[in-house]
Structures are given as C-alpha cells and as structure tokens.
Design a protein around this ligand. Structure first.
Ligand SMILES: C[S@@+](CC[C@H](N)C(=O)[O-])C[C@H]1O[C@@H](n2cnc3c(N)ncnc32)[C@H](O)[C@@H]1O
Length: 581
C-alpha cells in the first residue's frame, strides 16, 4: 500500500508574490479556498492560551513527519492538525496515517504545505486501486484512491462549505445541498486534454542571440508534477476518452520525431470530434484504408473509435489543430466549434445536466387558491449570459419561445449562430449577440423579454460575475435564474449578492447599495471531473414573493456627507438611465 514518490525539485506553487500579503489572495482562488478550510480546522485546536502564545516549533523544511489525516480540503488535499499547525498533503484520505515531507511553512496562517511520501496506515476509505501509474505525482487527479461514492459525497461537502464560507448568507437562506450527480463515465470521459512540454533551459538565451535552439534530448511531454512548475513525462492519461488517448500517443510520437522544429516549449491540443452516421450509411463512408470520408481529416482506421448509439454509428477521432472544427453531440443537438475554443469537457454527463435544468428552470406549476386548476409557469424566454458557442441556449431552446445568447467572444457567437442553424433553430426564436455581459441588458432587443416571463442562465468563467453584471441583473429582475459554475466559491459569493444585495461603487466611485431580490430554490453539484477535486455547481434562484418582489429603491450614499439619497427602481427591469450609461 505504501507508495514512495520522488522529492520534487522544481519550483513550488503557492509561491508568494513579494508584494502580496497573506490576506490578499484572489477571490475564489485555490489559496483562498484552502485558507478557509485551514482556519476552520484550526478552530478545533485544543492549545491552551500559554501554548498558543509560545513560539511554535515547526519541523525543518524538507524533513519528514508522520501525520494523521483529519479531512479533505475543498482543494482536494488531505488536512492534518498537529501542535496547532495544519499540514496540507495531497493524495491522502481522511483516516490515513501518512509520511509527508514539509516544503513550506505559511507561519502567519498556521499551515504548512507538504509532499505526500507514503502511507503508513491506510484509511478504511482508501479502497480503490489508482488506474494511473502517475497518480501521487501528476497534478491532474487527486482522488483515484477513493471510491466514487466517497468522491461524490466529498463534492457535496465542497458545495456546502462554499456557501458557508463565501456566500455571506445566514444559514436559513441556504437550502440543504442536493446529492452530487455523478458522471456516467468515471474514467475515459475527458474529451479535451492539453499536455505540454517546456523549452530547453538555454532556449531563450539562444534565441535572443539569433541561434537556433538546440535540444539535447526530447523533453518530458505531459502535465505538471504536483506542487511544482515542472512538466513530467506522461505516456497515457486514463481520464481521457479512448480517441483522446490515441491522439496523445500519436502527438507524443510526432513531437519526439520533430522536436528540432520547435524553438521553445509548446502546449498540444487533443480534442475529440465525433461524426454521427446513420447505420445504413456507415459502410458507404469508409475509404479502402478505413479513413473517414466525411471529416476529410484522413485518420487511419486505427485512429477511429466507433460507438453504436441507437440508429447511429458514432466515429470519434482526435483533432490536434486549434483551428480545425470539432463536432460534439449532446442529446440530439450538434455543436461545431474551433477545436481550440471552449466547450464542456465531459460529454457523458451533459445530457444529465441539460435534463436537470429543463426539469428545474421553470417555476414549478402551482394550484391556484380559487381552485381553478393548476397554473403553469408564465416563463417564455431565456437569456443565456456567457453563452459560449450556444450550448445552453440551443440545448434548452425547446423549453422557451424565445432565447438569446450573449458572449464577449465574437468567435464564439459566430459558432453559436452556426450551431443554431445546424440544429434548425429559426432566427426569430434563437438569437446571439456578441457583447460584454456587463452591458447585457442594453444589448437585448426591445420588447419580448419581460422580466416576469424570463429566466437568465449564467455560466461565467472561474472568476465568477463582475459586480456590474450582478447589479444589472438585479435591476432587470428576471423571474428565475439558473447559475451554472465551474467554481462554486465564486458562485456562492455571487449568489450571496443576488440574495442579500451588494455594496459597490458607482461610476463616480461613490458607494452604491444594491438590494438583493432572490431566494435559493436548490443547490447541487455535478461531477464533471471524476477523480479530481473539481465540482460544477448548479444553483436555481427564484424571485422573492409578494412584499419583497421588486427592489423598492437603490440607496446611493453620498460618501462626502454620509447622507443617503435614493434612486427609485422601476421594478419592471428598466434601470434608471444615470446608472447605465
Ligand atoms: C465557462 S464558459 C461557458 C460557455 C457556455 N455556457 C458553454 O457551456 O459552452 C464562459 C464563457 O464566458 C465568456 N465570457 C467571459 N467573460 C465574459 C463577459 N464579460 N461577458 C460575456 N461573456 C464572457 C467566455 O467567452 C466563455 O465563452
């Protein structure tokens, strides 16, 4: 059971910026999330006041020590508490006794970072045999030693802790978090991987001197060695789909062969692409060598992975050119994208996500109190903020009469429009606009999107939404909001604002208080990335009912004299002009 790992010599992550104080960490960053868990665990320390005052005797850097693992952090690391100091060690399980090698003390926050060395006494939870030979070295996966049910339960606790630590909401405003929805595939699910290799050590200097870069050897091609900035050589990655794994093998061989053509390090793209062919046509579209006629990518037969899905055969290949078009099918919808552009990475779970949203996005039907029968939801429209190439707009289009997708990336909007056409969605029902989400509501065409008939879907990048966007959303006041997020910590912060309001600055830098309008109907995680510490959060919010349904006012506080002036909110979604220039 004991697994030895080499000592890392590369530079460490978590290297503190000289100007950055301990308390100044990016919102929703790994470091901030870890810190919240460390502080929580430290509260359980039983040090006496005298002991706490004493200078702590911490183990020397690079020394080994044995630790009893107490719990897992939301960053996927094991946490141990010893002599008033928390030790953070990857690849551990609660209940393990492990040997770890300390490499950094963060004294001001009473925690230390350590490498995993070996298991001394295994936890009863440690029941799985990792499928990857690089597990405990590669930074990609954290949980291959833990059973899947345990991973899902842990991810539920990540969502719970995110709302406790980052939403700022009182417990009565946060509903019980639902069980995490698991991924149908727990290995072989990732449709995109991006292994990389570093340039030769003298490469930059050689280049400046106009010399051709010389490679003494082929560099390691793979992913980051855990806790360092060094790349480790990885021959295969079992979380990649079969076609991506084949592509990885091919690309590694190609780079090894052509290494002298590279002047520096590079990131390789491995993106699965699927062709769906009616079974009765499947025989026609193979060339003599087995290559696909439809894609024109010229793959050989052994590069193609075929799957039998109902009346179709699906042929999966791996694309390595960023600009080539990759195709994915989700439910019965087809999505084409430039292979290097964003698209969700785990196709197996996407139909569960879209179905969950379809089932929950509309207000549940209710019986009217006059006994006139069941009243259906009055919602007709969807606005998909941060829509990318139109995944949610298109996959949910049949639930709404009109949908509009908005994204800052013009290229994604071009793809979204093409995808709408590919899926036969008429222009008058499905539109896409290239705009910053911060100007979202001024970009919406006049008429037809009454807030009480509209839901807004939000799926922002990891950093979450800007305050300006949340302010606009509160002004617009849609009936319901579905917030999908790859970072439940920034999601919790943003949802906290939607519920309790936020204090921000207006255009002139004066303090502006915007009132919250929503209550959380449901919260749960989806396991987009099995074996890793990541969880995707889906929060459904509804507008508070009578009395608190619309914001009565937004208070604009005059910072100079401390008196508050109020700007009336119309409540019909129209923001006062002076706040939205
Ligand atoms: C996590 S992706 C979601 C994409 C899409 N919902 C999907 O599932 O494929 C986040 C998207 O937000 C977009 N984005 C980032 N900042 C934005 C902004 N300020 N306004 C509008 N879109 C933005 C990015 O271009 C990206 O497409």
């Amino acid at each position: 059971m004991a697994q030895k790992r080499p000592f890392n010599e590369g530079k460490r992550h978590f290297k503190k910026n000289k100007k950055q104080k301990a308390s100044q960490v990016a919102e929703g960053s790994n470091e901030e999330v870890l810190l919240a868990d460390v502080r929580r665990l430290l509260k359980q320390t039983t040090l006496t006041d005298d002991e706490a005052k004493d200078e702590k005797q911490l183990p020397e850097q690079h020394s080994e020590l044995d630790l009893d693992i107490h719990s897992l952090s939301s960053t996927g690391d094991g946490l141990a508490l010893r002599d008033g100091q928390v030790y953070v060690v990857p690849f551990a399980a609660p209940g393990d006794t492990i040997t770890a090698k300390v490499y950094r003390h963060v004294q001001e926050e009473s925690y230390s970072l350590a490498d995993f060395v070996s298991v001394k006494k295994p936890s009863p939870h440690r029941t799985e045999t990792p499928r990857c030979p690089y597990f405990t070295q590669c930074s990609g996966c954290q949980f291959q030693h833990l059973p899947y049910d345990y991973q899902l339960a842990h991810k539920k606790s990540i969502v719970e802790k995110a709302y406790i630590n980052f939403s700022g909401l009182s417990v009565d405003k946060v509903p019980a978090v639902g069980d995490t929805i698991g991924s149908p595939l727990q290995y072989g699910y990732r449709t995109k991987l991006t292994p990389h290799f570093d340039g030769p050590p003298g490469g930059r200097r050689d280049k400046r001197q106009g010399k051709k870069v010389t490679w003494e050897d082929v560099p390691p091609i793979g992913f980051m060695l855990k806790g360092t900035r060094k790349t480790m050589d990885i021959e295969e990655c079992p979380i990649g789909t079969e076609s991506v794994q084949k592509g990885m093998k091919r690309e590694r061989e190609r780079v090894r062969r052509d290494i002298d053509q590279y002047q520096r390090g590079a990131t390789l793209l491995l993106r699965e692409s699927t062709e769906r062919i009616k079974k009765e046509r499947a025989g026609e579209v193979k060339q003599d060598n087995g290559a696909n006629v439809l894609s024109g990518n010229g793959e050989s037969a052994e590069d193609v992975v075929t799957e039998d899905v109902g009346e179709y055969e699906r042929r999966k290949t791996c694309i390595t050119d960023q600009k080539a078009t990759s195709t994915e099918y989700v439910d019965d919808f087809r999505f084409d994208n430039p292979a290097g552009a964003f698209f969700q990475n785990n196709n197996s779970i996407l139909p569960l996500v879209t179905q969950y949203i379809r089932d929950n996005i509309l207000a549940p039907p209710h019986v009217d109190t006059n006994g006139n029968g069941t009243i259906k939801s009055r919602i007709k429209n969807m606005i998909d903020a941060y829509c990318g190439s139109g995944f949610f707009t298109i996959a949910l289009s049949q639930t709404f009469s009109r949908s509009i997708g908005i994204d800052i990336a013009a290229q994604s909007i071009t793809s979204a429009r093409q995808n709408a056409m590919l899926n036969n969605l008429p222009d008058d029902s499905t539109q896409f606009i290239a705009a910053d989400a911060n100007n979202l509501f001024s970009a919406i065409p006049e008429g037809g999107f009454a807030p009480e008939e509209t839901v807004v879907v939000i799926d922002p990048p990891r950093k979450g939404c800007d305050q300006g966007f949340i302010q606009q959303l509160l002004w617009y006041a849609p009936e319901r909001i579905c917030y999908v997020s790859c970072n439940v910590h920034t999601q919790a912060r943003d949802v906290g604002w939607l519920v309790d309001g936020l204090d921000m600055a207006d255009d002139e830098g004066l303090p502006l208080k915007v009132k919250g309008l929503y209550e959380i109907e449901s919260l749960r995680g989806f396991d987009f990335f099995p074996q890793t510490g990541h969880v995707e959060g889906v929060a459904i919010l509804r507008k508070k009912k009578a009395g608190a349904e619309v914001p009565e006012a937004v208070e604009q506080i005059d910072a100079l004299n401390g008196s508050a002036s109020t700007v009336e909110a119309s409540g019909d979604g129209e923001a006062p002009a002076e706040l939205f220039r």
